[in-house]
Design a protein around this ligand. Structure first.
Ligand code: YXS
Length: 276
């Protein structure tokens, strides 16, 4: 087993960047570990950049499958998008070029299957990150909370498609409208996770499944993944519908409620939404 390696590159100041993603290879199985626990592994731009370069490097190094995980024993797998990096009002918080959206597409377009190995709680964009992986294996105590409505974010069409594809429209509506942490037993029943297992069996179970994939024909696995990607992109939208969706979303991220949602988090107080 090769030693864990971590992508560090000199920042502009010349100092090495913090290492938010650890990269490891064992045979044909690559592992990327999210490693920023003092901020609850929230998806900052730097962490997401390192995650994307980690994916590229593992594929170039010839792995057949990738496991995406946090450090063992975390209470929070990821607290979702770094709220401090959400744009100010009047800018789309989840535009096509946003680092989170770019990361989600990169995982869905990754040439090899990516398995999310989850323990603890998962929030917001990190749930979409799991949805964008090809499989999710979670511990019995895991929960998944979709939080845009709690913060005042309109979410976006491609994100909603991910959830509709995974769990059906009614369960997806419940997750988004309530922002409730969904226990894995429910998430399992509605198809959000492939398996849930006792915490002390998570690593064995996940790497056993990864090993099965790793020893199959890599070209066939890659071709099948590419077809799944194309077939699950969602229904074709006509131009007017796409523009209408943007208009609906713009009303929200232009609103005072969007600003209040972010500010209330920063002030560590409950938000007061006024519907304006
Ligand atoms: O006060 P310090 O500096 O120690 O920092 C605190 C939190 O501010 C920080 N932190 C975050 N910072 C930026 N973005 C975040 N998402 C985030 N979450 C947490 O981490 C330090 C410890 O947090 P604290 O004291 O709240 O820990 P806790 O154990 O009491 O509570 C854990 C959580 C996860 C229940 C709590 O931190 C929480 O509710 N976090 C926000 C979860 C959330 O709403 N995530 C969605 C982010 S927005 C997003 O993903 C999408 C855009 S969307 O919403 O559309 O899906």
């Amino acid at each position: 087993m090769s030693q864990p390696t971590s992508p560090t590159s000199p920042a502009a100041s010349g100092a090495a960047e913090p290492t938010y993603i650890l990269r490891k290879i064992d045979g044909r199985i690559g592992t990327l570990t999210i490693n920023h626990e003092d901020k609850l592994n929230c998806l900052s731009h730097l962490l997401m950049d390192q995650l994307m370069s980690g994916l590229e490097q593992l594929v170039q190094e010839g792995v057949n499958v990738i496991v995406l995980r946090a450090n063992p024993g975390v209470k929070v797998w990821s607290a979702g998008h770094d709220i401090n990096e959400l744009p100010e009002p009047r800018r789309d918080p989840l535009s096509y070029g946003d680092p989170l959206e770019t990361l989600l597409r990169r995982i869905q377009d990754c040439e090899v299957p990516v398995i999310a190995m989850v323990e603890g709680t998962v929030w917001g964009g990190a749930c979409d990150l799991c949805c964008s992986c090809d499989m999710v294996i979670a511990t019995d105590g895991s929960t998944f909370a979709m939080t845009p409505a709690k913060i005042g974010i309109p979410y976006n069409a491609s994100g909603l498609i991910h959830f509709i594809n995974h769990i059906g429209v009614n369960k997806a509506k419940e997750m988004f409208f309530t922002a409730r942490p969904t226990p894995v037993t429910e998430a399992w029943n509605n198809g959000f996770v492939n398996h849930h297992v006792p915490a002390d069996d998570l690593e064995r179970f996940t790497y056993d499944l990864a090993g099965r994939i790793a020893k199959n024909a890599p070209l066939a696995v890659r071709a099948i993944k590419a077809q799944f990607r194309l077939l699950t992109r969602g229904a074709l939208l006509d131009a007017e519908t796409a523009e209408r969706i943007q208009a609906i979303r713009r009303k929200v991220y232009d609103s005072a409620d969007y600003a209040e949602g972010i500010q209330s988090f920063k002030d560590k107080r409950p938000p007061v939404f006024r519907g304006v």
